[in-house]
Design a protein around this ligand. Structure first.
Ligand code: 13P
Ligand code: SF4
Length: 306
């Protein structure tokens, strides 16, 4: 692939600074194309934990870079912009979580990685969309509180093999939750051969229409291995860039024009160049919070993979 001059400059600076560029599957195509590693939240955290690079440039939203800072305090974690919030992560604060915990003594808290470090620090274990069911299955308690995504919690409650009550939090991703069953049905009617893949952040009515429910990396793997040729993609549109590159003979449809995560799309190549030149914006987590958040993230990483 021929790189633009800005893309070449990013690659040159990454080499000069012995840095690695991690990008989430929703990033703009021009950033995906020069990433050292492209993945979902779980794979990005694991790569950040394992890399030998001194500097990590994180192209994703704020909580993702913060997770890297929790795992690698000795490394420099750079987020190219600071205005990269996630509405789901913002739906839970430590004050609100502590108040809820006080009402539920002894009930473990399972926190989606789409949350701040301070909220993770008040949690027992983290999960991502790729391992939520496995994390719930690993717990011995009869009742857990899952924060902040009510859709992920309902999905886990429906698919866990355990007798476990999952209490939900009033939080959701506006992008995924906004997808309606009507939009999916319309897209299915227009493309009757297509399989519908949905992210667990979608609402239960949409998940009921799904042929497969997967994290972003789960979707990528599923499509690569599937003999089917057409897919309706029930998650943020950015992932379709990589799906098309990896599967040139297959067709992909987005069921809604609104499946766009604005913060994910704000990062430009100019931002990445400035991040590397000016060492900005360094993401750090106060040590007292970091060590407690790390425990919750490490408990998640210790849950065996399938
Ligand atoms: P994944 O972990 O599946 O990549 O999802 C992250 C996310 O923010 C989904 O909206
Ligand atoms: Fe957050 Fe939703 Fe964007 Fe994912 S798609 S980063 S959950 S706002």
């Amino acid at each position: 692939m021929k790189l633009s001059s800005q893309q070449q400059e990013v690659r040159r600076l990454l080499k000069e600074r012995r840095a690695i560029l991690l990008a989430h599957n929703y990033q703009p195509g021009e950033i995906q194309d020069i990433a050292d590693f492209l993945g979902d939240s779980l794979a990005l955290s694991m790569t950040a934990a394992e890399t030998a690079a001194e500097v990590i440039v994180f192209c994703g939203v704020h909580f993702m870079a913060e997770t890297a800072a929790i795992l690698c305090p000795e490394k420099t974690v750079l987020l190219p912009r600071l205005d990269l919030g996630c509405c789901l992560a913002e739906s839970v604060t430590t004050a609100k979580l502590l108040a809820r915990k006080a009402e539920l003594p002894g009930v473990p808290v399972v926190t989606y990685v789409n949350s701040t470090a301070a909220v993770k620090a008040e949690s027992d274990v983290c999960c991502t969309s790729a391992n939520a069911i496995r994390v719930v299955n690993s717990l011995a308690a009869p009742r857990v509180l899952m924060v902040p995504d009510q859709n992920l919690a309902r999905y886990a409650a429906r698919h866990t093999a355990k007798e476990i009550e999952i209490l939900t939090w009033e939080g959701w991703c506006n992008v995924h939750d906004g997808l309606s069953p009507e939009e999916v049905l319309e897209c299915k009617a227009a493309h009757p051969q297509a399989l519908f893949l949905a992210h667990p952040e979608c609402n239960p009515e949409v998940l009921d229409l799904a042929d497969e429910i997967r994290s972003t990396s789960g979707m990528l793997k599923y499509v690569l291995e599937s003999p089917e040729k057409e897919f309706i993609i029930g998650t943020e549109k950015g992932i379709i860039h990589r799906l098309r590159q990896e599967n040139p003979g297959k067709l992909f449809y987005s069921p809604s024009k609104r499946l766009i995560c604005r913060p994910m799309k704000r990062i430009t190549l100019t931002d990445v160049i400035k991040a590397l030149q000016e060492n900005r914006h360094q993401i750090t987590v106060p040590e007292e919070i970091r060590v407690r958040a790390l425990k919750a993230v490490e408990r998640m990483l210790a849950v065996p993979r399938d």
